[in-house]
Write a protein that binds this ligand. Structure first.
Ligand code: ADP
Ligand code: MG
Length: 369
């Protein structure tokens, strides 16, 4: 890294992949993500004034300068809003210099935004001895993204970036933020998780994400329930005629997806990867047909992976682009990758990128270097 600043603290936080449980965090559902090995690093130095200076190696290292008393949610800005939002949400009153660098692919559905927020939040919590718990930090980082940046994200990404453990997936109950580590030892089972980045960029800030969330909230209101978590599949079917078709489909995705997460936990506990794969495939069909957040590139990646022998595959993250995941036998990674590459070329899509990752640790303080 550069010699721009000699930091007082360095913290890192990972991106994530969600094994199953997509678009249900705001419905108080269960999600089952794990942290990937790629991390974002925040190097922070305390200043003797109220000035804030920020730069990122992923943004040409251009220095952005502002001050504590200029922090205002919803103000104009670019990537630095994520960092300023965290300073604001944590209530930091002291000036800081912050340097960002990392390896989490941006905008690929692997939650580089949460990795950035959580690295900064974890570092500031340590540097200023704020004493926030991991759960509190997750909520504050989410507040930064919701209120300061203006993205209505749920709580999953920040929770897993802060609380994950290697060799495990994190079952997160989005109703009370209770977590349970579920052993997810892929390597010992001869499996790997292939991440396929379609390289299609999505714009979540004003995209379809908020509309779909509104549809789910409208169902909750019409049925006078607290959240879709409280709705069983049979209850939903009974109320089908009361709901517009689109709202019904959005709710059906949410209700069935919450049930699939719990079945996936059973499958992992029993090391039944065939059952897990089927649940992952069903999740994709539900996101494609009921929630309607997939796109041709994601469907191509998923269909090709399954046709070549993947145990399961689905789109992940916000949708309309970004990444898909495929659970594959280690020996089949290369053939699945080249089949997807060929299928993309045939359809005239951009060349996809591939990553593999094993479940890794959440945010931590790094040695000063
Ligand atoms: P995702 O979280 O899936 O990667 P988002 O659109 O939610 O996609 O967040 C990506 C945005 O987060 C980037 O456009 C950028 O503004 C910001 N960001 C994430 N990581 C970094 C980084 N290392 N440096 C600068 N900005 C970053
Ligand atoms: Mg994000």
């Amino acid at each position: 890294m550069s010699d721009w600043l000699a930091p007082d603290v360095i913290a890192s936080a990972p991106g994530r992949v969600n094994l199953i449980g997509e678009h249900i965090d705001f419905s108080q559902g269960f999600v089952l993500p794990f942290a990937i090995a790629d991390r974002t690093y925040a190097r922070i130095r305390k200043r003797g004034d109220q000035i804030i200076r920020i730069r990122s190696a992923q943004r040409s290292n251009d220095i952005i300068t502002t001050s504590i008393n200029q922090l205002a949610p919803g103000s104009d800005g670019d990537w630095e809003q994520y960092v300023l939002g965290v300073i604001w949400a944590l209530g930091i009153q002291n000036g800081v210099d912050i340097e960002i660098d990392g390896h989490v692919p941006l905008g690929a559905g692997l939650s580089s935004s949460a990795a950035l927020e959580c690295a900064v939040a974890f570092a500031l919590n340590n540097l200023f001895a704020c004493g926030y718990s991991l759960k509190e930090l997750a909520l504050l980082a989410q507040k930064a993204e919701n209120k300061y940046v203006g993205v209505p994200c749920g709580i999953m990404d920040q929770s897993v970036s802060l609380m994950a453990k290697s060799g495990s997936a994190l079952l997160l109950d989005c109703r009370d933020l209770e977590t349970r580590l579920i052993p997810f030892d892929l390597a010992a089972s001869g499996l790997q998780l292939l991440i396929i980045d379609t390289q299609v960029q999505h714009a979540l800030v004003d995209g379809g994400y908020a509309q779909r969330r509104q549809s789910c909230e409208s169902v909750v209101e019409k049925l006078a329930i607290v959240s879709l978590r409280d709705l069983s599949y049979s209850e939903l079917e009974e109320t089908k005629n009361l709901l517009p078709e689109e709202e019904y489909k959005r709710a059906r995705h949410s209700v069935t997806e919450i049930a699939r997460v719990l079945k996936a936990v059973d499958a992992l506990t029993n090391k039944d990867f065939t059952a897990l794969g089927q649940l992952i495939n069903e999740s994709h069909r539900s996101l494609r047909d009921d929630y309607e957040v997939s796109c041709p590139e994601l469907n191509c990646a998923v269909d090709t992976a399954i046709s070549i022998g993947a145990v399961g595959a689905r789109m992940v993250g916000g949708g309309f682009g970004g990444s898909a995941i495929a659970l594959v036998k280690t020996g089949e990674i290369a053939s699945i990758q080249s089949a997807i590459k060929e299928a993309f070329a045939r359809s005239g899509f951009d060349v996809p990128r591939f990553f593999t990752s094993l479940p890794s640790d959440g945010a931590r303080i790094e040695p000063l270097t």
